[in-house]
Design a binder for this molecule. Structure first.
Ligand code: ZN
Length: 486
């Protein structure tokens, strides 16, 4: 009998917070069992040759939208396939009651089991859920969701407050399927409950509210101005229609409420210099509060002077090149702690309509390492161990998956991405393994492609082929310290 089920041999192992060392990794029963200078070949049942390659902890893509526009099971399979092709081994994905997703609302005691049922057998990666509460009855279920359901992060979308204040959305339907306006009064109650639970579960993790910070009242006015005088560049227009200063305003509004309720907040997908500066300012003003500043691959990798067209419409919008540079500076100086895809699979057909009516969002999960390594490591000197932090260790820590996920330590899940940091390849649709029929990054030449992806000791992607199967992925209850003994 061999000592190890699998040994990843001869690679340079990239350890978060430490650095890169040439080492072998031995895996037993799905967990890392040894990290050593040399593990003899005969001790291994199977070898992955990582010579000349870098071995990262599998990425934890902590902002995702499985099932938002497409049938849930189908989307979970196709888009988690896209993830594994890029070295992502865990997805933490957002779910919201109302239109899109499952097209229904109700108590989470019914919604969560349905969600988990649909998930079973569908994912190739491990996965968890961040959940949106749209009613006060749902808010009262949050303690149960943490204790029993394994969901420890919640979400609030500021730009839905107008929609429901009016009682209906622009298309005349009740988008969130709720009678409660999700206004600041609702947010106040929501934050109080998150804060109470954060206190209650303090020994196990950080219970937090993820917030999409954009101000809908301002957008209503700025949108109308731009529609009157379009410039001809759709992405520039879209950015002007939702200007950075309304993100700044929204962050300050949220911070005052978070301070009053003592609520930990994740400031999602910061797109601009103004948004990051606001995040830094409120973190400094309220040092006792916990703010996470999150960045996305598309705000780091794309700018609105690239002539990408309206398919790259996303909220918040793609900004100017100077905003992009400021975001990179903020990743480099550790202000932005996590980098995510905000992956929402959309086809051209689903995205039809003009700039103002077409659906926002697109996918990019498989480009996690290529963008961080090309734009971060090669172009801007972002250290490789910092890439392991923003893509894996930090999201695992703030979202209560650590050290099961996000760590290269004995006893952690053997989730690994073997990456070639030098070989350049063009972004083509067949390299992305997604159901999406376009990519804003298509045609770009990037380095940092995954050669092999390993989930709990099992190879799921190798030599350009996805070899994992739907159902390899497991639901991870969070906080892991509350739900798992070892
Ligand atoms: Zn999102």
């Amino acid at each position: 009998m061999s000592d190890y089920d699998l040994v990843v041999k001869g690679g340079t192992v990239v350890i978060p917070y430490l650095g890169a060392r040439k080492s072998d990794i031995g895996v037993r029963a799905g967990k890392i069992a040894a990290i050593a200078e040399n593990i003899p070949k005969e001790k291994a049942e199977k070898i992955v040759n990582a010579a000349g390659k870098h071995v990262f902890p599998g990425a934890v893509d902590s902002h995702f939208h499985i099932g938002i526009y497409r049938p849930f099971k189908e989307d979970a399979t196709s888009e988690s396939t896209s993830s594994v092709s890029g070295g992502v081994t865990t997805i933490v994905t957002y779910f919201r009651p109302g239109k899109n997703y499952l097209n229904k609302t109700g108590p989470y005691k019914e919604l969560l089991p349905e969600l988990l049922d649909l998930s079973t057998g569908s994912y190739l990666t491990d996965y968890g859920y961040h959940l949106t509460m749209n009613t006060e009855a749902q808010i009262r279920e949050m303690e149960w969701l943490v204790r029993e359901g394994g969901c420890s992060t919640f979400k609030y979308y500021m730009f839905y407050k107008l929609l429901n204040l009016a009682g209906s959305s622009a298309d005349g339907t009740n988008y969130l399927m709720t009678d409660t306006p999700v206004d600041f009064g609702f947010l106040y109650k929501y934050m109080k409950e998150v804060s109470r639970l954060d206190e209650m579960f303090r020994d196990y993790g950080r219970i937090a509210l993820s917030i999409h910070c954009e101000n809908p009242e301002v957008i209503r006015a700025t949108n109308a101005e731009v529609i009157e005088r379009p410039s001809g560049n759709p992405l520039k227009d879209y950015s002007d229609a939702r200007p950075p200063w309304q993100e700044e305003l929204a962050i300050h509004e949220v911070a005052i409420m978070a301070n009053h309720t003592n609520c930990p907040v994740n400031l999602l997908h910061l797109s601009s210099q103004k948004a990051v500066e606001a995040g830094v300012e409120v973190s400094t003003r309220y040092p006792h509060l916990s703010f996470l500043l999150e960045g996305t691959l598309h705000h780091l990798g794309l700018s609105n002077d690239m002539n990408l067209g309206q398919l790259a419409k996303v909220n918040p919008p793609i900004r100017s090149q100077s905003d992009v540079e400021y975001l990179w500076k903020s990743v480099l100086d550790d202000t932005i702690k996590t980098v995510v895809s905000d992956h929402a699979c959309v086809t051209k057909d689903i995205k039809k309509g003009d700039l103002w009516t077409s659906l926002p969002g697109f996918g990019g999960t498989s480009l996690m390492f290529p963008i961080l390594i090309t734009e971060g490591f090669h172009k801007r000197n972002l250290a490789l161990h910092r890439i392991a932090e923003v893509s894996s260790a930090n999201p695992a820590r703030v979202h209560n998956l650590y050290p099961k996920k996000g760590a290269l330590m004995v006893g952690s899940d053997a989730d690994l991405a073997v990456v070639d940091i030098e070989q350049e390849k063009e972004v083509t649709l067949d390299r992305l393994f997604t159901a999406q029929d376009f990519s804003p990054e298509q045609g770009m030449k990037l380095k940092g492609w995954a050669e092999c992806t390993i989930l709990r000791g099992r190879i799921i992607f190798e030599n350009g082929k996805v070899v994992g199967k739907p159902g390899y992925g497991e639901y991870i209850k969070r906080p892991v310290k509350l739900h798992y003994k070892d």
